[in-house]
Design a protein around this ligand. Structure first.
Ligand SMILES: Cc1ncc(COP(=O)(O)O)c(C=O)c1O
Length: 360
């Protein structure tokens, strides 16, 4: 078996231990005589799977009791609509646009109310996080929206915006569980799981209880109403059961590794190996201002599109795959999520050094 170092922005690597365990349980989950994919979501066995997954996520993230955890479908993108439909009581929201995903969310929200772009970094290809200490927050804003980690551009919020008392909503699809989060700073956190947690098909919403009401925009589909999902404990209809099962295994795995403080320590050390090299290299250059660099997504360029393509090709042949940058940025991007071993980054840097020497 030859596993590669997969630097994909998502779906991406999962812990090998989790994949092996799932393989062992594929035909017979704990003596039930069936696999989790074949199991009723109303069965005792699945009830235990989803309840344990939620309990482990609550423990990992230290989620207060007045927040609900919902395991939903539709990906992160469906939340671009669900959030305004559920939270826009005044039909006003403020968006901070720091990349393509925030921009998509901002555009979608416009279907439902008055949406203000209160800050953006589009002027410099989203290569930094704007100063959010004193923004023109709308007096009647129902919430302020951010994308906490910008997968495509490799920037991250090191300091949260001053929302002047308004509810903060965050897309954490690409950095969830990479470090501790103070959940109470947010009214709603959501993440598509396919980067740092599990297989595509599950999106998790962590929402403060008082924001779950029947007072949603007219025409909100039953399935998109958080109250429907919260009342039914994420089992209003058939949930993405196998995906939830794998997420649960990843939560257990992270607990075993030492929790989110430990993940932060590992991720900081791991990212530093790559950033230190980029800062010292004569050929490769990081594209993000140092103070806003992501721990998860590291975009870099040589400055020459042909050389970038040569690098991606040779890297792939050497077993470092999916390093091509997003089509809107070009160059390369190494996504180094929780499941990327430190050794993968060390070996990538060795390979980059060799490439630099050969192409000087
Ligand atoms: C930060 C962020 N938000 C949203 C999305 C969209 O996720 P989905 O494909 O689950 O809709 C992505 C996907 O890459 C992302 O990186």
């Amino acid at each position: 078996m030859a596993r590669v170092y997969n630097f994909s922005a998502g779906p991406s690597m999962l812990p090998e231990e989790v994949l092996k365990e799932a393989a062992d349980e594929m035909l017979d989950y704990k003596g039930t005589g069936m696999g989790v994919m074949e199991m009723s979501h109303r069965s005792k066995a699945f009830e235990e799977i989803i309840e344990t997954a939620e309990a482990d996520l609550r423990e990992l993230m230290n989620i207060p009791d007045n927040y609900k955890v919902l395991f939903l479908q539709g990906g992160a993108s469906q939340q671009f609509a669900a959030i305004p439909m559920n939270l826009m009581k005044n039909k006003v929201a403020d968006y901070i646009v720091t990349g393509q995903w925030a921009k998509k969310a901002y555009e979608e929200a416009q279907k439902y109310g008055k949406v203000n772009k209160i800050a953006t970094s589009e002027d410099k290809t989203f290569s930094y996080i704007p100063d959010c200490s004193d923004l023109p927050i709308s007096e009647d804003a129902d919430y302020v929206y951010i994308c906490h980690n910008n997968t495509i551009y490799g920037t991250t919020f090191k300091k949260l915006p001053n929302t002047k008392g308004k509810i903060l909503v965050a897309d954490m699809s690409s950095d969830i569980l990479s470090q501790p989060v103070n959940v109470e700073d947010y009214g709603l956190i959501y993440f598509g799981v396919q980067k740092n947690v599990g297989p595509a098909g599950v999106v998790v919403v962590i929402i403060r209880e008082d924001l779950i009401t029947d007072d949603v925009l007219e025409g909100t589909p039953t399935m998109l109403k958080y109250k429907t999902q919260a009342d039914a404990k994420s089992l209003y209809n058939t949930p993405p059961a196998y995906g939830i099962y794998i997420c649960g295994k990843v939560f257990k795995h992270l607990k075993k590794l030492g929790g989110l403080e430990k993940m932060k320590e590992i991720n900081e050390k791991k990212a530093k190996i790559l950033y230190d090299f980029l800062d010292s290299s004569k050929l490769f250059k990081g594209t993000v201002v140092p103070e806003d660099r992501s721990l998860m997504n590291v975009p870099f360029v040589t400055g020459d599109a042909d050389l970038d393509a040569k690098f991606v090709k040779e890297a792939t042949e050497a077993g470092f795959v999916n390093l091509k940058g997003h089509r809107t940025v070009g160059g390369m991007r190494a996504s180094i999520y929780n499941a990327m071993p430190t050794e993968g980054v060390e070996k990538l840097v060795e390979f980059m050094k060799k490439f630099e020497a050969e192409n000087a």
